[in-house]
Design a protein around this ligand. Structure first.
Ligand SMILES: Nc1ncnc2c1ncn2[C@@H]1O[C@H](COP(=O)(O)OP(=O)(O)OP(=O)(O)O)[C@@H](O)[C@H]1O
Ligand SMILES: [Mg+2]
Length: 441
């Protein structure tokens, strides 16, 4: 099993460290590099396995951190240039940062972070940013549309550092990482100079100990009052991480100001969606504009769906069978376009929804339906397939392999549907047929 993703759920972990997918196809370079470089294994698996991590914007992460005593600059959100100008005035009318709010990093290099010297200039920057398709190394070739900007008071930076936190599954503890190489591409640093990343692992019994935070502070070359400020900062970040069931917290850059203050200039937080029911406030922070519409639709119907970069759409019941199906497709020389588990008790409506989601992906050239009828009956599935195919006007090859309860009834429904469905006898046969169909398309 090489490229199959872990099913969404407890087995999955952070998809990227500092990276984000933004619905882009195929992994951008460097994804998971930091995790691997710092010795957190499983980068490749996590790259594909954590599509369902909950992401929020920088301004929202800062809102949360503020509540936990983490020092962040003052700031206001704006959705129009005029609001941006007003926000800049609220901030005192001096130098402020205008920051595009999209779920992707690397904004600075792409023109998504600009300093303004006056409210007038802040308005102009906002004018240029709002509505633009911001392209960064993490957005994919089309970029992501900027719908909101965050106005933040300008900060006189003496040093830019890095501080991150995530679960190290091998050790079973939270790992805290810090580096003097903040602000730049931390993944590159991790890959080229792993020794420049300092690490501490936190015991769940004690939490982050002050001596650990101090050790990081000294390792970062801090002196005087900054050490205490850093300890308070790291402790606040840790408390926020645990209290919100986060899966990633990343401050890049963490700055030391000319005055010696320690501040979060950027903030990224991801959350474990299995725990989201405990945090309605965080659930409400979800921004549908930033999510893959297919994955958002799947969530609505309670389907486990993950976009992948191949061209064969898959509809399967059961996570294990879905993974096996993807493996066999790859073994036959093809590449799955998605992971989709319709679940054990799917009904016709759910199957129809799943089918529509698969077909809405323009990369899909052929579809393989592989269902084992246990709790779910094959005739129900067959009816769902026929209904969906008729509704959406199926125009690409469809290979169906059914097995289990009411299989003969199911096959009969498909055979009499007047749809061009290719039946398959077993999984190997189905995979060969669908790969062939995708190639011919
Ligand atoms: N409030 C501010 N005052 C002064 N400079 C700032 C401020 N906010 C950001 N900057 C500068 O802009 C740079 C980029 O900002 P930031 O890290 O928020 O965006 P980014 O490029 O998207 O980063 P990432 O790739 O980590 O998401 C910072 O390293 C910092 O030098
Ligand atoms: Mg940053």
């Amino acid at each position: 099993m090489v490229r199959s993703p872990a099913p969404p759920g407890p087995g999955a972990d952070e998809r990227s460290w500092s990276g984000q997918d933004g619905g882009a196809r195929g992994p951008p370079p460097g994804r998971g590099a930091l995790r691997r470089a710092i010795g957190l294994r499983g980068g490749a698996r996590e790259d594909q396995g954590a599509r369902d991590r909950v992401k929020i914007h920088e301004y929202q992460a800062k809102e949360i951190l503020r509540k936990f005593g983490v020092a962040v600059p003052r700031g206001y959100l704006a959705v129009t240039p005029l609001e941006a100008e007003g926000a800049a005035r609220q901030l005192g009318g001096g130098i402020c940062a205008v920051k595009a709010q999209i779920h992707a990093g690397g904004r600075g290099k792409g023109g998504g972070v600009r300093l303004a010297r006056s409210p007038d200039e802040a308005r102009q920057h906002a004018e240029a940013m709002l509505g633009m398709m911001l392209k960064t190394s993490q957005t994919g070739p089309d970029g992501q549309q900027v719908r909101k900007v965050y106005l933040e008071e300008g900060c006189r930076i003496a040093r830019e550092l890095y501080l991150g936190m995530t679960l190290d599954r091998d050790v079973g503890r939270l790992a805290v990482m810090a580096s003097v190489e903040g602000g730049v591409d931390i993944e590159e640093v991790a890959a080229q100079h792993p020794e420049r990343i300092l690490r501490e692992w936190i015991s769940p019994l004690t939490g982050l100990m002050p001596f650990q935070a101090r050790r990081l502070a000294f390792g970062l070359g801090m002196q005087g009052d900054s050490v205490g400020a850093f300890v308070r900062f790291a402790t606040g970040l840790y408390n926020a991480y645990v209290a919100t069931d986060a899966s990633l917290a990343e401050i890049n850059p963490l700055v030391i100001t000319v005055g010696g203050d320690v501040l979060a200039l950027d903030a990224k937080m991801n959350f474990d969606d299995n725990a989201l029911y405990r945090h309605p406030d965080i659930a409400a922070m979800r921004d549908p504009d930033e999510e893959d519409p297919k994955e958002a639709a799947a969530r609505e119907y309670d389907l486990s769906y993950i976009t992948l970069d191949g061209d064969i759409g898959c509809m399967v019941n059961g996570a294990g069978l879905a993974m096996a199906t993807m493996d066999v497709i790859q073994l036959s020389g093809g590449a799955p376009a998605n992971f989709l588990d319709v679940g054990g008790g799917a009904d016709e409506e759910k199957v129809t929804a799943a089918f529509k989601i698969i077909l809405s992906d323009p990369h899909v050239k052929a579809v393989l339906v592989n269902i084992f009828g246990g709790i779910m009956k094959c005739d129900v599935i067959a009816n769902g397939i026929v209904a969906a195919a008729k509704q959406v006007g199926l125009s690409i090859p469809l290979v169906v392999r059914l097995e289990g309860t009411n299989v003969e009834l199911g096959k009969d429904i498909l055979a009499h549907s007047e749809l061009a469905i290719t039946p398959a006898d077993d999984l190997g046969d189905a995979a060969r047929k669908v790969v062939q169909a995708a190639r011919a398309a």
